[in-house]
Design a protein around this ligand. Structure first.
Ligand code: TXA
Ligand code: MG
Length: 338
């Protein structure tokens, strides 16, 4: 299949791909998504094939506004509208009870569905033109780091999808925050662009699913099925070094062996001259680290590095999401030097 390169002006062509049941790469403010008409089961099943995604991992529906929640969800708590007022359009996905109209192919048979209203103007234009909910996981091959620009998505999906719309680099860089509103207190299933602090500000108590901060055992089932899979991982194994930035950089320098690569904050790059190196941004600029983390992980697959050391921000604000992605890439192989 030839994958059409579309620009942000080709909204009609993009919407046409969705209408005829095709697969479309879409820019969002978080990461690029692999979209299909969320009401067309067959189109949705092709998403799983293109990604090599396990069938038990449900998809998020992308909608134009909170008014669409009632079309696809039931028993919607007031908190859903409070959150939508505050954070939509934006990087927040809410898990709600679904209505039967949502295909099983989207929810992997669960009685809930993830709903998100994205903020990227090009994504919004595509959804508005198509006038359907767009089912879309991240646009990577299953297990690889999520794509944060069109070229990264094409690396995985060229020839497997009908088209991709280039909307430039993603402004958030990590996927949406997922909050499960079907239980009390609401539960954070995946940290992302909207922080835990922001959620607590609106909801009060918020539980954090254990899959956010540690490896799940074989017999444990995280609420977001996707959180149980090895994820975001480059081919080389990753070790995360947790602790104050200067001390962590020094620890890595002291343990670095030939063939190793490093992901570090900008200030410490001179310590690693001559080694394969990706800089995450300044240690104090966590939003920049979020924008760069997936690209940094992806870059190592084009190098000879056999092991990757990574510095990691602390877990306040969007740091919780950056740390979660790095820790998952490392299979939670973390050295805590504090
Ligand atoms: O930012 C994002 O959310 C991006 C962009 C494209 O919107 N999408 C994305 O989708 O990250 P995906 O499929 O890569 O990750 C969705 C996660 C998976 O871990 C999945 O298991 C979980 O959401 N999920 C989806 N529906 C769910 C449900 N009904 N209950 C629990 N978890 C759900
Ligand atoms: Mg994904």
């Amino acid at each position: 299949m030839q994958t059409k390169r579309l620009s942000s002006h080709d909204i009609a062509a993009a919407s046409e791909i969705l209408h005829r049941g095709g697969l479309l790469g879409i820019p969002t403010e978080t990461v690029y998504g692999l979209g299909a008409n969320g009401l067309n089961s067959e189109a949705v099943s092709h998403i799983f094939q293109a990604k090599g995604r396990p069938q038990d991992n449900p998809l998020i529906l992308h909608v134009p506004c909170a008014d669409w929640l009632e079309r696809y969800c039931t028993d919607i708590p007031d908190t859903a509208y409070l959150l939508a007022n505050r954070f939509w359009p934006g990087p927040l996905t809410m898990i709600l009870r679904r209505k039967p109209v949502v295909p099983d192919a989207v929810t992997a048979g669960l009685d809930t569905v993830g709903m998100r209203c994205p903020a990227h103007p090009v994504c919004r234009a595509i959804i508005a033109a198509a006038d359907v909910p767009v089912a879309a996981p991240s646009g990577n091959t299953s297990g690889r780091p999520s794509p944060t620009n069109a070229a990264d998505m094409l690396e995985d999906m060229d020839g497997k999808i009908d088209g991709i719309v280039d909307g430039g680099p993603c402004s958030v860089g990590v996927e949406s925050t997922i909050i499960d509103l079907t239980e009390q207190p609401p539960r954070l299933l995946r940290p992302g662009g909207i922080t835990l602090e922001q959620l607590r500000d609106v909801l009060g108590e918020v539980a954090v699913d254990p899959a956010v901060t540690r490896l799940m055992g074989k017999d444990e089932h995280p609420r977001a099925p996707g959180m149980k899979y090895r994820h975001y991982a480059p081919k080389a194994p990753v070790t995360v070094v947790k602790g104050a930035p200067a001390a962590a950089a020094e620890y890595i320098r002291a343990h670095l062996a030939p063939g190793d690569g490093v992901i570090c904050f900008d200030e410490y790059a001179p310590l690693f001259a001559g080694y394969p190196l990706e800089q995450l941004g300044p240690s104090t600029d966590v939003p920049e680290q979020a924008r760069r983390v997936f690209e940094a992980l992806r870059w190592f697959d084009g190098t000879e590095a056999t092991h990757i050391w990574a510095q990691c921000p602390d877990t306040t604000g969007i740091g919780l999401a950056v740390a979660n992605r790095l820790n998952k890439a490392a299979g939670f192989h973390i050295i805590d030097i504090e």
